[in-house]
Design a protein around this ligand. Structure first.
Ligand code: ATP
Length: 788
C-alpha cells in the first residue's frame, strides 16, 4: 500500500513513527518512507491489515501536531489487532530509499493558495467537542484554586459569591417594593405613595454599594487569578526551552497572545460566567416562587419557550466557536507582523521593503478581515433569532395576567411584579440564548489555552516527538582539581578535561538529516578549538547539541566543569549529573545546568534584552531584583507570586553580582568604555539593538562573558562583525581570564587564537563515512605564511 501526500505531512508521519517507536517498538514495525515531496506509508504485502490502512489514512489526514498526537492515541485502538497478530512492519528511516525502491510515486497535487500560510490548518479546524471543552476548561482553571494562593483565592471567591447572593436578595426586595409602589399609584393613595417612594430611595442608597462592591471584588479576584496564571504559564513556557521547541518546530501559533490576551479574558470571563450562573440559579429560585404564586401556567409557558430558544440558538450558532478561535489567531498573526516591522525597522528601511511589507501585512489583515466578515454574518443570523426571541414575549405576562386584574383577583401592582419576575426568569432560562456570542468567544479562548496547556505539559513531561535514541548530554561536576575521580576511577588527566564528545552523530530535529557523523573529541583546559566548514554543514548545530538545544542523533557529550556552587568548598568529589532521554527530571535540569555550571554560549546573532545597560551586562548570569513599579502598587500589596521568581532564579549562584565598577571595567576591557558618556548611567534604558552597532553588540556580549567567567565558552561567529584588531583584543581578554573556548567561524585570522581546528564537511547522506577532521594549528608556519 502506498499513500502519497504533501510535503508538510512528512513531519507528522515522522512524529507518529517516533510515537510508535516509543510505545510499541517491540511489537510494531511500520515502514515510513519519506520522500522529498511525499510520504509513503508502507506495509509489507504479506501482512495487509485493514487496521493499518485506517491508521495510514489517519496519519495522512492529521492536520496539526497537537491534534496529531490526540488523534493518534485514538488510532492505537485500531492498531491493536495488528499488535495482536504480531504483524511486522518495518520502520524505514530513510524516505528516499523507500520512495525510490517502490518507484511508483505520484506527484503531489499543488496546494491551494493560502492567505496567511496556515490555510490548510484553518480549513481543517473543527468545532471542538463539548467534553473536550469541559476537560480543557477544568485543566486550565483548576491549578490556581489548588495552588499556594488557594486560601486567599477561596476566601475572595466566597466574598464575591456572598456579595452576589446579597445583590440577588436586594433585587427581590426591589421587586416587592415596586409592587407596593405601583399599587399606591393605582389606588391614588398619596400618603402611601410618598412612603413607598422613600422606601425605594432608601433601598437604593443601601443596596447599590453591594452591586458596586460585588463587581470590584470580582474584578480584583480576576486580576489576582490572571497574575498567578500568567506567571504559571510563563514559567512553563520558559522552562526546559519549551519556547524554543514551540518556535523552531512551529507547534502552535502565537503563544504570546495566549499568555497575554487569552489568559486575561479567560480569568475575567470564567469568573463572571460562574457568577452569572450562580446569580441565575438563585434568581430562578426566588422569582420562580413569585411567578408560580401569581399564575402557574405562565411559568410553564416560559419554561417551554426558553428550552426551545436555547436549542435553536445552539443549532444556529455552532460555527461561532471555530470562527472566534480563528479570529484570535488571525488578529495575533497580524499584530505579530507589525511587531516584526518594528523589530526589523532598519533592515526593512535598508532594503526599502515597504511595499513588500505592506503587501504581507495587508495579506494578514485581509485574512483577519475575511474571517471577521464570516463571524459577523454568523452573528447577524443568530442575532435575528435572539432579538425576535427577546422581544416577542415581552407583553405576554401582562396579557396573561391582565384578565385576572380586570376580574379583581389581583391588584394592579401584581401585573408589574409578574412582568418583572417573568423577565428575571426569562433571563435566567435564556442564558445560553442571550450570551451565545460571549459563550462561543469564551469557548475559543478555552480551546486555545487548553491546546497551549497540552503542549506545555507534553514538553515538560515526555516530548512525544522525541525519538528513543538521542544524544546524551552530561554535566560532570568536578569539585576539586587535580585529584578528581569520575565514576569511581582516579583519573589524573581528567583534571584537565573540560569536554568529551564520544561517537556523536547529530541529526536535524525535523527532517532528521545527518549533519555530523561519529565525532569523537576531547577538549582540555586552554585547548581552544576552532570549528570550520562550509556554510550549512552543521557547525552551529554542533554547538546547539552541546548547549542541549538539539538532541536528535546518538552519542555522548560530557562537560567536566567545576560547579560554581561548590567551587569554594574544595572537596575531592565528582558528581555526575546525567541528562538523557530516559530521565524526565534530568530533562528539566538541562538548561539550568548549562547556565550555572560554567558553560557559556554566545549565539551567532547578539541578543540584547529589553532593559538597561546594567541588565544587558549581567544577563544571563544574574538578575535584577523586581521592584514594584509604583508606590500605588506597593501600598496595594503586590501579590506575592509576582515577586518570587527572581529569588528562585538566583538560587544556586554563589558568585556575587558585579558592582557598578566591575561593570564599567568589563565595558572598558572590551573597548566599549566610550559609550558610557553618551548615556546618563548604566541604568538608562534604550532599544539596544538599534542604538548599538552590530560590532558593539558583539563586544557587549564579550563583556557579559568576562563578567560571568565560565570555564568554557561556545562562540558562534561571535566576532564576525568586528575588525581584526578588536577580534584579537577580545580573544586575548578571554584567554587572560582563563576561559577555554570553542569558536565557530570562517575567517583565517581565527587560526591565531586556537590550538586545533575541527573541519566539518557537508555530509554525504548515502555514505556512512565520518565527515570531520581534527588538525593541529601550526602557529609557526602560520606566522611564516603571514610574513611571506
Ligand atoms: N530548525 C531546523 N530544523 C531543520 N533543519 C535545520 C534547522 N535549523 C537549521 N537547519 C539546517 O541544518 C543545517 C546546518 O545548519 P547550521 O546552522 O548548523 O549550519 P552552519 O554550518 O552553522 O552554517 P553557517 O556557516 O551558514 O552559519 C542547514 O542545512 C540548515 O538548513
Amino acid at each position: 500500500m502506498i499513500i502519497h501526500s504533501h510535503g508538510h505531512i512528512q513531519t507528522q508521519a515522522h512524529i507518529c513513527s517516533s510515537y510508535i517507536n516509543l510505545k510499541y517498538q517491540q511489537q510494531l514495525h511500520i515502514g515510513i518512507g519519506i520522500g522529498s515531496s511525499q510520504v509513503c506509508l508502507l506495509s509489507s504485502k504479506q501482512h495487509k491489515s485493514p487496521s493499518l490502512l485506517v491508521f495510514a489514512a489517519n496519519v495522512m489526514a492529521l492536520p496539526m501536531p497537537s491534534r496529531r498526537r490526540r488523534n493518534f492515541k485514538n488510532e492505537q485502538e485500531n492498531l491493536k489487532p495488528c499488535f495482536n497478530n504480531k504483524i511486522k512492519i518495518e520502520i524505514a528511516s530513510s524516505c528516499l530509499s523507500a520512495a525510490n525502491s517502490l518507484n511508483t510515486t505520484e506527484p503531489a497535487p499543488e496546494p491551494e493558495p493560502d492567505n496567511d500560510g496556515d490555510g490548510d490548518r484553518d480549513r481543517d479546524r473543527k468545532t471542538p467537542e463539548l467534553n473536550t471543552l469541559f476537560r480543557r476548561f477544568w485543566k486550565v482553571a483548576a491549578p490556581y484554586w489548588f495552588s499556594d494562593d488557594k486560601v486567599q483565592a477561596r476566601l475572595q471567591l466566597a466574598a464575591v459569591f456572598a456579595l452576589t447572593f446579597a445583590t440577588t436578595g436586594i433585587s427581590v426586595g426591589f421587586n416587592f417594593l415596586g409592587r407596593d409602589f405601583y399599587n399606591a399609584l393605582a389606588d391614588k393613595d398619596q400618603e402611601q405613595f410618598a412612603k413607598q417612594l422613600l422606601y425605594y430611595l432608601g433601598a437604593f442608597a443601601g443596596g447599590i454599594p453591594f452591586f458596586v462592591l460585588r463587581d470590584y471584588a470580582r474584578e480584583t479576584l480576576a486580576l489576582r487569578w490572571r497574575s498567578w496564571m500568567t506567571k504559571y504559564y510563563m514559567e512553563r513556557y520558559l522552562k526546559d526551552q519549551t519556547f524554543y521547541k514551540i518556535q523552531s518546530q512551529s507547534i502552535i501559533d502565537n503563544p504570546d497572545q495566549r499568555i497575554v490576551d487569552d489568559l486575561s479574558s479567560f480569568t475575567g470571563t470564567a469568573l463572571s460566567f460562574s457568577l452569572t450562573l450562580f446569580n441565575a440559579a438563585v434568581d430562578l429560585i426566588s422569582f420562580s416562587n413569585i411567578l408560580y404564586g401569581i399564575y402557574p401556567p405562565l411559568f410553564v409557558v416560559l419554561l417551554v419557550y426558553s428550552i426551545g430558544g436555547t436549542a435553536i440558538s445552539i443549532y444556529l450558532g455552532k460555527g461561532l466557536v471555530t470562527l472566534n478561535f480563528l479570529q484570535e489567531k488571525k488578529e495575533a498573526d497580524f499584530r505579530y507582523g507589525l511587531v516584526r516591522v518594528r523589530e526589523n525597522a532598519e533592515s526593512i528601511a535598508f532594503y526599502a521593503g515597504e511595499d513588500n511589507e505592506m503587501q504581507l501585512l495587508l495579506q494578514r489583515f485581509r485574512s483577519a478581515f475575511e474571517n471577521l466578515t464570516r463571524l459577523l454574518i454568523s452573528s447577524r443570523n443568530l442575532e435575528f433569532f435572539t432579538s425576535g426571541y427577546r422581544y416577542l414575549i415581552q407583553i405576554l405576562p401582562a396579557a396573561v395576567v391582565a384578565p385576572m386584574y380586570f376580574s379583581g383577583k389581583i391588584e394592579f401592582g401584581v401585573i408589574n411584579q409578574s412582568v418583572s419576575a417573568f423577565n428575571h426568569i426569562l433571563g435566567d432560562f435564556s442564558l445560553i440564548v442571550y450570551q451565545f456570542q460571549a459563550i462561543s468567544a469564551f469557548s475559543a479562548v478555552i480551546d486555545r489555552l487548553g491546546e497551549f496547556d497540552d503542549v506545555l505539559d507534553s514538553s515538560s513531561s515526555k516530548n512525544l516527538s522525541e525519538p528513543l535514541e538521542k544524544i546524551c548530554l552530561t554535566y560532570c561536576s568536578v569539585k576539586s582539581f587535580p585529584t578528581s575521580k569520575c565514576n569511581g576511577a582516579l583519573s589524573p588527566e581528567k583534571s584537565q578535561k573540560l569536554l568529551d564528545i564520544e561517537d556523536l552523530t547529530l541529526k536535524t530535529p525535523t527532517s532528521k538529516a545527518t549533519l555530523v557523523r561519529d565525532l569523537s573529541l576531547v577538549i582540555n583546559e586552554k585547548e581552544h578549538l576552532l570549528v570550520m566548514g562550509p556554510s550549512g554543514s552543521g557547525k552551529t548545530s554542533l554547538l546547539r547539541a552541546m548547549a542541549g538545544l538539539w538532541s536528535d542523533g546518538r552519542g555522548k557529550i560530557t562537560f567536566y566543569v567545576k560547579d560554581r556552587e561548590e567551587t569554594d568548598a574544595h572537596t575531592s568529589d565528582v558528581d555526575s549529573l546525567e541528562v538523557n532521554s530516559q530521565n524526565m527530571n534530568g530533562e528539566l535540569t538541562r538548561s539550568m545546568n548549562r547556565n550555572s555550571r560554567g558553560v557559556f554560549f554566545l549565539p551567532q546573532r547578539p541578543y540584547m534584552v529589553l532593559g538597561s545597560l546594567r541588565q544587558q551586562l549581567i544577563y544571563p548570569t544574574w538578575t535584577e531584583e523586581v521592584k514594584p513599579a509604583s508606590d500605588a502598587a506597593k501600598s496595594a500589596g503586590l501579590v506575592p507570586f509576582l515577586t518570587s521568581a527572581q529569588k528562585l532564579e538566583n538560587v544556586g549562584r554563589k558568585s556575587s553580582k558585579p558592582s557598578t565598577d566591575d561593570l564599567i571595567k568589563a565595558l572598558e576591557d572590551v573597548k566599549l568604555g566610550y559609550i558610557l558618556p553618551r548615556l546618563n548611567s548604566l541604568d538608562t534604558t534604550y532599544e539596544w539593538s538599534s542604538v548599538l552597532s552590530l560590532g558593539e553588540q558583539q563586544r557587549l556580549a564579550f563583556a557579559r562573558l568576562l563578567l560571568s567567567k565560565p570555564q568554557i565558552v561556545l562562540l558562534d561567529e561571535s566576532t564576525s562583525a568586528l575588525d581584526e584588531a578588536n577580534e584579537a583584543h577580545l580573544y586575548e581578554q578571554i584567554e587572560a581570564a582563563g576561559i577555554t573556548y570553542i569558536s565557530v567561524g570562517h575567517r583565517r585570522t581565527l587560526y591565531d587564537f586556537h590550538k586545533r581546528v575541527l573541519r566539518i564537511s557537508t555530509v554525504d547522506q548515502n555514505s556512512s563515512q565520518s565527515n570531520w577532521k581534527l588538525e593541529f594549528i601550526d602557529q609557526e608556519s602560520l606566522y611564516n605564511l603571514s610574513r611571506r
